[in-house]
Design a protein around this ligand. Structure first.
Ligand SMILES: C[S@@+](CC[C@H](N)C(=O)[O-])C[C@H]1O[C@@H](n2cnc3c(N)ncnc32)[C@H](O)[C@@H]1O
Length: 389
């Protein structure tokens, strides 16, 4: 765990981009909030830049270490309040001029990060306040990436999708619908990258778009899929890029495979659509990438359609997100919720505990084998939620 945070701090180009961005954004006397302070580095930078007060929020126990580092470096620093909590559960006593956040996906935002930023904009940031980084650009490029494709898509190919005589061909059809987190280098790229989306976090905290792209191949090779990554843009104009130009140490990049490799030549044209939306699962992005490839004479070479939608039915609906307040999500009561609502509605000052327990037994007979169990449930809620006269 410590090695992860040390690696973060050790990635000099990223830390420097944050320092420059923080110095450009924070004016003397500002209030600042950092979400996910880790070892406290960016909170310290904000304090050094002249912030009158910094709220450093971190849900993990690493915050204890941040506090100790603060003590060790205090000569240099102003007031920092450390808050061990998930940001959407934190109530700050004031709105702040600057919100610093860094817990990004290789393509900038996943649905959890969207919620965190939206919540921060609505509850933490003063109108006209600044995010650090203040936004991102999302890129897309065609790739020759045989190693990744073999490893991730056709790993059973040599045996005709068979393992010990069992046939796995069905899974082969699905696997090219997956977004893969990996890394690739400049030599893999078959034409200059295009921008898919550009987001200013103070205005929009959502990755949701549908883009039509026309990509001209500028280097002959074999197309195995598409690479995508984010550049983060900072106040003051500098950026930190996850592009193939630099090795990535902490983050990865995204790879969207083709179902089959396609030989391409300089002058071939890929006409395609790329879309991302928060459907059908409210807590997961669905990525779709489909299109046609034509040669320089307009003759069709290949056609394909891929979408993570085909995998959504197999994905664990990790309800981890219920910890997070996703302001776009429309929650529905579960069984326990219905049960509690029923009890709370009976607590109207006219019914005794015993009467409520009897009603509960009639309404939810399968949940309560005896009136005693129903009574226990009612009494617990009465203790918590009734006026104590
Ligand atoms: C990529 S690390 C960045 C750490 C820090 N910037 C540093 O350099 O040490 C992201 C951190 O944010 C924390 N985190 C992410 N989302 C959070 C949230 N909404 N509220 C509180 N902590 C969060 C994680 O626990 C993790 O420690």
């Amino acid at each position: 765990m410590i090695s992860y945070y040390r690696k973060l701090v050790g990635e000099y180009s990223r830390v420097l981009a944050f320092q420059n961005g923080i110095t450009a954004a924070v004016r003397p006397g500002d209030t600042v909030c950092e979400i996910g302070t880790g070892l406290g580095t960016y909170a310290f930078m904000a304090s050094r830049a002249g912030a009158a007060k910094v709220y450093a929020i971190e849900e993990s126990p690493v915050i204890e270490l941040a506090h100790k580092l603060y003590d060790a470096n205090q000569n240099d620093l102003g007031e920092i309040e450390f808050i061990k909590q998930y940001s959407s559960l934190v109530h700050l006593p004031e709105k702040v001029d600057v919100v610093i956040y860094e817990d990004f996906d290789c393509q900038g935002l996943n649905t959890i990060q969207e919620s965190v930023l939206k919540d921060a904009r609505l509850r933490f940031l003063k109108p006209g306040g600044t995010f650090v980084p203040y936004g991102m650009e999302l890129y897309w490029a065609p790739l020759q990436a045989e190693d990744i494709w073999r490893q991730e898509v056709s790993c059973l190919g040599e045996n005709d999708e068979k393992v010990l005589g069992l046939d796995y061909a069905l899974t082969r059809k699905l696997v090219s619908n997956e977004r893969i987190k990996t890394s690739f280098e400049a030599k893999a790229v078959l034409s200059p990258p295009l921008i898919l989306d550009s987001i200013n976090f103070a205005e929009k905290q959502k990755l949701e778009f549908s883009r039509e792209l026309k990509i001209m191949i500028t280097k002959s090779g074999v197309l195995h899929g598409f690479g995508s990554w984010a550049d983060f843009i900072f106040p003051g104009g500098n950026s930190f890029s996850l592009s193939y130009e630099k090795p990535v140490r902490v983050y990865s990049r995204a790879f969207f495979p083709m179902p089959e490799p396609v030989s391409v030549e300089t002058g071939d044209c890929i006409q395609m659509k790329v879309s991302v939306m928060k459907k059908p699962l409210p807590n997961r992005h669905t990525w779709s990438w489909w299109g046609v490839i034509e040669d320089r004479h307009g003759r069709g070479k290949s056609k394909w359609q891929c979408s993570t939608l085909h995998l959504s039915q197999f994905q664990k609906q990790d309800i981890e997100f219920s910890r997070y307040i996703d302001t776009d999500y429309c929650p529905v009561l579960n069984e326990e919720g219905h049960l509690r609502r029923f009890i709370l509605e009976q607590m109207n000052g006219n019914m005794t505990i015993e009467q409520i327990a009897n009603e509960l037994l009639v309404r939810f007979p399968e949940n309560f084998p005896s009136v005693d169990k129903a009574l226990t449930k009612v009494v617990r809620l009465v203790k918590k939620c009734s006026v104590n006269e």
